[in-house]
Design a protein around this ligand. Structure first.
Ligand code: GDP
Length: 327
């Protein structure tokens, strides 16, 4: 593959080249990994930055409906929008629930939108790295906004938050006044909570849910990257296109403030460090899965089980073999 040619085409906003490049970064083959790394290194100098928006929510809250409506709203403002998905469940189900071709039907036909279903990978680390690289490719291809969607399970929110400038949590109206079992950690990551389905019979329930979450957000510790009024909860209706303009106005206001205060740049810089360390960790873990070391680990594991060696000495033996040492 001619990497310089591919890189030039991506910078020229060639969608097919972008799709091919994403396939390249998703590949696990060693030669593809090298080419992907070279491509990303070449594109690093593009200087293009998209607004990267992470979006999480449990199945059924309306993520695809929201992305379709919000994406069309943004393309209507002459923005170019890319949509990617991080889907840790695909490994279990054997197919991507976020990759369903029938989702986002109108948006997928919009020439200013690019939608990429999530790759099927067998662990979150791999999915995360590839999604992050896909985000970088979309940025280089000049997309103004990159939406990264994930289902609200396990660790995927953390991973998506680490590749986003803004993190949105989408909720559905609750029946009573209970907070919907949203973990505190996820609430703490959110810049905005959008209570969807604020229409028809569900409208009043949505407003109550929104008020509950506004209250809960006020109890959280204030983060330095938040201006007055953030993080905030608001109602939207993805189905009836209600609240989208207001949500966008709030997002752009927040981004402008963070840029002006230096939080945007410092967040990007600390994310780069996070991903460097994460790549390193994944790389070392991958080494542990290979032939000779894997067998050695198997042997030592049995010895540890039998009490013939302490866990730390066993680990030390492997790390010495890898030329790494415990502190
Ligand atoms: P996802 O699983 O989070 O992607 O959710 P979907 O977008 O597939 O939506 C799940 C269901 O909720 C579908 O039946 C949608 O039509 C419905 N839905 C999504 N957004 C809204 C909304 O704003 N109002 C109402 N009333 N229903 C909605």
């Amino acid at each position: 593959m001619d990497i310089a040619d591919l890189s030039g085409k991506i910078l020229n906003q060639d969608r097919r080249a972008l799709a091919r490049a994403i396939t390249l970064v998703e590949s696990g083959r060693a030669d593809h990994r090298n080419q992907a790394a070279e491509l990303l290194e070449q594109l690093r100098g593009s200087g293009r930055q998209a607004l990267r928006i992470g979006l999480s929510g449990t199945p059924g809250v309306g993520k695809s409906t929201f992305i379709e409506s919000f994406g069309l709203y943004l393309t209507g403002l002459d923005k170019r929008v890319a949509v990617l998905a991080v889907d840790p469940s695909s490994a279990r189900s054997g197919g991507s629930i976020l990759g369903d071709k029938t989702r986002m039907d109108l948006l997928s036909r919009d020439p200013n939108a690019f939608i990429r279903p999530s790759p099927s990978q067998n662990h979150l680390g791999g999915v995360a790295r590839r999604s992050r690289e896909a985000v970088a490719l979309c940025e280089a291809a000049g997309y103004d906004i990159v939406l990264v969607e994930t289902v609200g399970v396990g660790q995927s929110e953390t991973v998506v938050a680490e590749m986003s400038d803004l993190f949105l949590l989408l909720l559905a109206p609750a029946g009573g006044d209970e907070l919907q079992g949203v973990k505190r950690g996820i609430m703490e990551m959110a810049d905005m909570i959008l209570v969807n389905k604020a229409d028809g019979d569900l409208k009043s329930a949505a407003m109550r849910t929104c008020a509950d979450y506004s209250g809960a957000l006020r109890l959280l510790r204030r983060r330095p990257q938040d201006p007055d009024g953030f993080p905030k909860a608001m109602t939207v209706s993805a189905l009836e296109n209600q609240g989208l303009a207001k949500a966008w106005e709030d997002m752009t206001g927040l981004v402008a403030w963070r840029k002006q205060q230096g939080h945007w740049d410092s967040r990007r810089a600390s994310q780069a460090q996070y991903w460097f360390l994460e790549e390193l960790r994944q790389g070392v873990l991958a080494q542990l899965q290979t032939g000779a070391i894997k067998a050695q680990i198997g042997g030592l594991s049995k010895a540890v089980e039998a009490g013939e060696i302490t866990p730390s000495s066993a680990a030390e033996q492997i790390l010495t073999g890898l030329n790494l040492r415990l502190e």
